[in-house]
Design a protein around this ligand. Structure first.
Ligand code: NIG
Ligand code: FE
Length: 419
């Protein structure tokens, strides 16, 4: 057995939940800071949290010195489209000149631009493109990372993307969670035959990918220009039957009832909610479905922000993520997302921290094992080069993480970090 000591940090931000494993309402503000404590790790688990004055350093195989630093649970990035190829810089230019995201999509661009690039990339090319992106997430202290497919949009290419994500999961020490997003948009060959494509998802892709264990979640995009509530209902029914857990992109541009379909199927999360109707917000108070907010999209598209305050006040389990993708949020910095959530959605610094740890873990059904520093949970930590956790949100666009620890092992260390 390997005994490791995470020694003498200035602050441990535990996100303690007293075993409840998520935070709602006022609980999001309570992040359980401990001072003058050290963390005892046995193999891959948190064994104890002790006053630093009482620890006997000679009892450990390894000491990780965190003097002057702030320790958080390993960060959880619960919504990304990291598995893409090509660039949409041209479309970004169009957007800067005033053309809308949905208009670009209607003309055959948008998601389908990326689909073309993915279809013409080999497995190896995709791996080489995506590896540095995963490493960038790890350098930020992210120890759990969700990645969606959704840029293949036929059997062969959705399978290729899921295989790429699963390969990355094998080669990196962090937990990478694959989500099948065949219902992202209609590919050009099914432009005029939506039912045929839905049939392909239900009868071919879902059964095969679930059977091969290529995906843990099934996601979809419920939107006026994408999939209708009936189509999402059919897709979710099939996904459930094959043992996939559910997520839904909904209420991004139009509120067309996706939220109700997701809640009916007890989806693990509903993501976006920029234009959620006021009367729908109370539906979260009695629900376990996590509201994943993506302020990077609102920033990138100059669009409305989700009503985070209202959602928190009405007891939604609110999480935050980058939505990292080439078209609507070309942003891979989770700390920038926290800053945007604070500045643009009026979340407190503490709420943003709960939203990228325990609540993001809940959005991936990992809340019992990660997302907070509680005895028995995984020894996953992000160690920040500051004694004041406010700096993570205040230092906008900077990565203050200097050490990433997964399963008790240091997997990233900033070179030349001030020790
Ligand atoms: O989460 N809303 C749909 N899907 C992505 C955007 C994907 C893209 O534009 O490539 C999103 O915003
Ligand atoms: Fe997304």
């Amino acid at each position: 057995m390997m005994k490791t000591l995470l020694f003498n940090p200035s602050t441990i931000v535990t996100i303690d939940t007293s075993g409840k494993n998520f935070k709602k309402g006022k609980e999001l503000s309570d992040i359980g800071c401990l001072y003058e404590h050290s963390i005892v790790i046995e193999d891959d688990l948190i064994k104890d949290i002790l006053p630093t004055a009482s620890v006997e350093k000679n009892k450990f195989d390894e000491i990780i010195d965190a003097t002057g630093k702030t320790v958080l649970p390993g960060l959880v990035e619960c919504h990304t489209h990291t598995a893409f190829a090509g660039s949409r810089a041209d479309e970004f230019r169009q957007k800067l000149s005033g053309i809308g995201y949905e208009d670009i999509a209607k003309k055959g661009g948008g998601i389908n631009t990326t689909v073309q690039a993915v279809r013409s990339s080999s497995f190896e090319e995709l791996i080489n493109l995506i590896k540095p992106r995963v490493e960038h997430f790890i350098s930020q202290g992210i120890t759990t990372l969700e990645i969606k497919s959704g840029y293949g949009l036929n059997f062969e290419n959705e399978r290729k993307l899921l295989q790429v994500i699963n390969f990355l999961k094998e080669i990196y020490p962090i937990d990478i969670i694959p989500t099948f997003l065949g219902a992202h948009t209609y590919p050009p060959e099914y432009k005029n035959d939506h039912q045929e494509y839905v049939g392909e998802i239900i009868n071919n892709m879902i059964p095969h990918f679930a059977n091969q264990k290529l995906a843990e979640f099934c996601d979809g995009f419920c939107e006026a220009t994408a999939f209708s509530i009936n189509e999402i209902d059919e897709i979710f029914t099939s996904a459930e039957k094959h043992g996939l857990k559910l997520k839904l992109h909904t209420d991004q541009f139009n509120s067309i009832g996706g939220l109700d379909v997701a809640l009916k199927h007890k989806a693990v999360s509903v993501d976006h909610l920029e234009v959620i109707r006021d009367e729908d917000i109370p539906k979260f108070s009695s629900s376990d479905t996590v509201a994943v907010l993506l302020p990077g999209v609102s920033f990138f598209l100059n669009h409305t922000y989700a009503p985070a305050r209202n959602l928190i006040e009405q007891n939604a389990i609110v999480a935050l993520a980058t939505d990292y993708n080439p078209g609507s949020s070309h942003i891979s910095s989770l700390s920038l997302i926290m800053s945007l959530a604070a500045l643009k959605m009026k979340m407190t610094i503490e709420e943003t921290i709960s939203a990228i740890t325990i609540n993001a873990a809940k959005a991936l059904c990992r809340e019992k094992s990660i997302g907070s520093i509680e005895i028995g949970k995984k020894a996953d930590f992000a160690v920040f080069n500051t004694s004041d956790y406010s700096d993570i949100v205040y230092s906008i666009g900077n990565n203050l993480n200097c050490l990433t620890i997964k399963d008790g092992n240091v997997i990233y260390k900033l070179k030349n970090a001030v020790e």
